[in-house]
Structure formats: structure tokens, C-alpha cells
Design a protein around this ligand. Structure first.
Ligand SMILES: C[S@@+](CC[C@H](N)C(=O)[O-])C[C@H]1O[C@@H](n2cnc3c(N)ncnc32)[C@H](O)[C@@H]1O
Length: 216
């Protein structure tokens, strides 16, 4: 999969390259490219945003700047889905992550300040996605969340199959994963459920099934 991110803060995407599971698939299953709007802006002095028409606070990411950034990389309208990160978009959930992880290529657009000129969302994007009903200062953290969630669904990202039985997975009927415990078996009087220490895999499996919670 090729994942292209457009941002004003490319450095925000440096650390994730070195961390698993993304590091495990980079260069094989995943090609992650990061582009700075400022490098292709048609405006002088690296300008990318402007005052909102009608007045008001904040700066708005310009449509001509985003169009130029896409043209510069794709030579026209990209063939793949183009996702704008915005609090006003469809809320990201595991079902959408699975859908996006099946794409051969994906483009993510992030903004800062007041956000996107509406024409970017209306004409240059196929999807508008929010990571939750709250406002962050920029699209970099939402883009990182999406990149991480998608990357861990790619083949080889999780070596031990731990991605198959997780909260929201089909294996758990979309429910929340059962509790986990590790050593010590007792700490400050807080004990581990006896059944998990029993070595009886059948009963442990039943216990785990019984402790999957449904999403309310
Ligand atoms: C300060 S926000 C703009 C908020 C916008 N003025 C509004 O009220 O809806 C700046 C940028 O951060 C990103 N962003 C903030 N919160 C987000 C969220 N919950 N999901 C996805 N992107 C978000 C978007 O790229 C957004 O354009």
C-alpha cells in the first residue's frame, strides 16, 4: 500500500517510521510518503493559507495550494481515495480502518488553524474523516492515528496474529477484548482470576469469551 500524507508539519511523521508495527511493514507492504504543502505552493514566500472571506479569526488552507500539491505529486487528480482529516467528517471506526487498509493507495490531507477551504472537501477529496467528536489543533495527530491503525492491518505488521483477536474485531463479534493479566499473580492483594493460572485452555477460552463486552 502507498500512503501519502500532505501536511504543514512533516516532522510529525518521523518517529512513527521507527516504531513497530509500522517499521515492520515500511519498505515492503507500506510505502509512506510525506509532502509539505509549502514545497509546491504557487504563492510567494511559502504562503499556504489566507484570511476567511466574511471575516473572522484564523487562517484557512487555500484550495489552489492543495490542488497544486496534488498536481505536483500525481500530475492531476489522484486515482486513489483522497481523505481530508476534519472534525466534521465521518467518524473513524475499525470497520472503516479495515476498508481503508484494503486500498492499494491512499492520500491523507491535514490542515491547521481554521481548517480547509470548503472547496477542497467538495472537489478535491473523496472522503472526510474525523477521529472523534473533539477539535485538535491540526490534522497531524488524526493522520498519525489513521496511518497507525491502517498499518497494523497490513500483512506482517503483527507477527503473532495478535491483530486478529482484538477489540472491535470480527473474532470478538465487534466487542471489547477480555481483560489481560501478567506476573506477578498477586500485587498488593490484587489477584489474578484463578482460572487464568489453571493451565486449562478450554476453561480459559470460555472465561475469555464470557468477558468480551459489547460496545455500548
Ligand atoms: C483547529 S482544527 C479546525 C476546526 C474547524 N475550524 C472546525 O471548527 O470544525 C484544524 C485542523 O485540525 C484537524 N482536526 C482537528 N480535529 C480533528 C478531528 N477530530 N478529526 C480529524 N481532524 C481533525 C483538521 O485537519 C482541521 O482542519
Amino acid at each position: 500500500m502507498r500512503l501519502d500524507v500532505f501536511t504543514l508539519v512533516p516532522a510529525a511523521f518521523d518517529w512513527i517510521r521507527e516504531r513497530r508495527p509500522l517499521a515492520a511493514v515500511l519498505g515492503t507492504e507500506l510505502d509512506l510518503r510525506v509532502f509539505n504543502y509549502r514545497e509546491s505552493t504557487p504563492l510567494s514566500a511559502g504562503q499556504v493559507d489566507d484570511d476567511p472571506y466574511g471575516g473572522g479569526p484564523g487562517m484557512v488552507l487555500r484550495v489552489d495550494v492543495v490542488a497544486a500539491a496534488l498536481d505536483n505529486v500525481y500530475g492531476g487528480a489522484p486515482e486513489q481515495r483522497v481523505v481530508a482529516l476534519s472534525p466534521q467528517g465521518r467518524q473513524l471506526d475499525q470497520e472503516l480502518v479495515e476498508e481503508l487498509a484494503c486500498q492499494r493507495a491512499l492520500t491523507l490531507l491535514s490542515a491547521r488553524f481554521e481548517g480547509f477551504d470548503q472547496r477542497i472537501l467538495d472537489h478535491l477529496c473523496t472522503d472526510v474523516i474525523s477521529i472523534g467528536p473533539y477539535v485538535l489543533s491540526g490534522g497531524e495527530i488524526p493522520a498519525l492515528a489513521l496511518v497507525d491503525a491502517v498499518a497494523r492491518r497490513l500483512p506482517g505488521a503483527l507477527t503473532d496474529g495478535s491483530g486478529e483477536v482484538e477489540s472491535f474485531s470480527v473474532a470478538l463479534d465487534g466487542g471489547l477484548e477480555y481483560p489481560h493479566y501478567t506476573r506477578p499473580a498477586e500485587f498488593r492483594g490484587w489477584t489474578v482470576p484463578e482460572i487464568l493460572l489453571s493451565g486449562d485452555h478450554g476453561r480459559i477460552e470460555t472465561w475469555r469469551r464470557d468477558h468480551v463486552r459489547s460496545v455500548s
